[in-house]
Design a protein around this ligand. Structure first.
Ligand SMILES: Nc1ncnc2c1ncn2[C@@H]1O[C@H](COP(=O)(O)OP(=O)(O)OP(=O)(O)O)[C@@H](O)[C@H]1O
Ligand SMILES: O=P(O)(O)O[C@@H]1O[C@H]([C@H](O)CO)[C@@H](O)[C@H](O)[C@@H]1O
Length: 159
């Protein structure tokens, strides 16, 4: 196992692994199917909001339920988590199988919850939960016009 894969933790060990991180802790979540420049810029900005960054990643079954397409995710959960763990900005990676990351937020209790600017913090369960216990919820503006869906469409065009 590559050293960076030690950043991947189980749900059961999440609270202790978060407590062991340099504080304050930022948490974000998502699919991260084909990693692109928008993702890595956003993750670096999220990490800058605190001293550590936890990324909660949707399981393959929960991605299917999001309705991004029958063939999604293209990369398996294990691969998506490993790629995220290899990033300098990322401190800890954990999977979640629920429809939202609300339970992960409640278990990890990050100081800051971050998400891309395509979400309104006061409208999503994770944002509401963090605000309710006195944490901060931050929406990070899109710096680059990129998406996995667009990349897939581009590849198909020449396939
Ligand atoms: N271009 C971007 N700039 C900044 N943040 C982004 C960008 N694309 C996605 N994000 C953020 O990254 C996280 C993961 O996003 P997601 O995996 O849905 O990316 P995506 O490329 O838009 O995927 P898809 O096309 O499959 O919906 C989300 O919090 C989202 O807000
Ligand atoms: O990568 P995505 O599609 O931005 O990630 C989703 O984010 C949702 C968001 O946190 C609002 O609740 C979440 O519910 C969903 O499970 C994906 O992680």
């Amino acid at each position: 196992m590559a050293t960076f894969e030690q950043k991947i933790c189980t749900r059961a060990t999440l609270p202790q692994r978060v407590a062991d991180l340099p504080q304050p802790v930022v948490l974000t979540n998502g699919v991260f199917d084909i990693l692109h420049r928008g993702h890595v810029t956003y993750l670096a900005q999220a990490r800058e909001l605190g001293a550590s960054l936890v990324v909660a990643v949707n399981t393959d079954a929960s991605v299917k339920r999001l309705g991004k397409g029958d063939d999604r995710p293209l990369n398996t959960l294990a691969d998506r988590m490993a790629v995220l763990a290899a990033l300098e900005s990322v401190s800890l990676v954990v999977e979640f199988d629920e429809d939202t990351a609300l339970e992960v937020v409640q278990e990890a209790r990050p100081d800051i919850y971050a998400k891309g600017g395509d979400y309104v913090m006061s409208e999503i369960p994770e944002g509401k939960a963090v605000i309710a216990y006195g944490g901060k919820a931050v929406a990070i503006d899109f710096a680059h016009d990129r998406s996995t869906t667009k990349l897939v469409a581009k590849i198909r065009q020449f396939g």
